[in-house]
Design a protein around this ligand. Sequence first.
Ligand code: ADP
Ligand code: MG
Length: 372
Amino acid sequence: MILRKIKLINFRNYSKLQLDFKNNINIIIGDNAQGKTNILESIYTLALTKSYRTTNDMNLIKFNQEKFIITGEIKDDKVYKKLSLEFYKNNKTVKINDNNISKISDYVGNLFVIISSPDDLQMIKGSPNERRNFLNIEISQLSSNYIKKYNEFNKILKMRNDYLKLLYTNNLSDYKYLEILTDNLIEREIDIYIERHNFIDNINREISDIYENITGIKNLKLIYQPNIDLGDYNPENIRKSLKEKYQNNLQKEILMGMTLYGPHRDDFTFKIDDKDIKIYGSQGQQKLAFIALKFSEIPIFEEKTDTKPIILLDDIFSELDKKKKNKLIQYIDNDYQVIITSNDTKDINKKIVDRANIYIINNGKIIEKGGS
Ligand SMILES: Nc1ncnc2c1ncn2[C@@H]1O[C@H](COP(=O)(O)OP(=O)(O)O)[C@@H](O)[C@H]1O
Ligand SMILES: [Mg+2]
């Protein structure tokens, strides 16, 4: 898949911007705070209808304006598609080829992006919630079943939590309705657990080799940490474990007024030889672990979607030594469309720069276009 162009209107610090991208390497150069990341963020937002940098869409509108529009033109095989996302008065409208799409799940999955950015580090250090968000976003791009089940799960979870509170405050002992909610919840949870488990399993087929190739360190592994024992991820067994868990903890959940077990309490961590890198890893190791994770996703996306994802690399080369940079480049050198941001072309391998399409930006405007 290729992103041929993107147009922004009142997005972040851009009043109006149009960029054409080349099939292979594109580089966006600029000093700090000029709007490099904003461009990658706009592409990501066009793909997923929300940003990874903020949960409040209002922040994406240019100061003192009332709406933003992102339009992109993609080409997949020989098919062209125009995607657009408009945000106005707290309303998001998405279109494919100028036709309104009412269900977000019918829209997401048209443009596939994998982004590696400095914000990723926050995901290692931050709360489990951020890591669950990551899983949700990535798996949503790969599976419409996941989006569906996850949305249903959230609705039922809220109903179940409300009902648990009601049981407590009204001192009821009618558990029939709770049982129905619990059974409904469990059915969605099974799918979510299995999809997350499979995704992490697929990552683990790739990540150790990639990490070793970049850093020389062996045995990096992503460990899925659900808060109940799910054994071999067989649906029957998961159903049984969940039922038992909810039965045994009924009074506790009523007392707390919330569902204490389920995928909304999941986490994952990176381990090297069984040592958690959150605890033992250096900042550099943590950063590279996440880069390796993102690079591991490339073949998974390709296999599941039958197209090559667009790779967005935000400032990933700046602090790396030359050897590591060259190793990283190997993974993107060939047939992927890549959009890289950097302060300076000096930070990027010259062979790459020589073939790239380059934009230099300053304060929300293109000041120079260059490259081959
Ligand atoms: N909603 C907004 N409206 C206008 N400017 C914004 C908005 N959000 C962020 N900015 C500006 O965007 C700039 C940061 O852009 P960013 O893409 O993160 O920079 P960098 O080039 O360092 O990656 C800052 O100057 C910030 O003030
Ligand atoms: Mg930036």
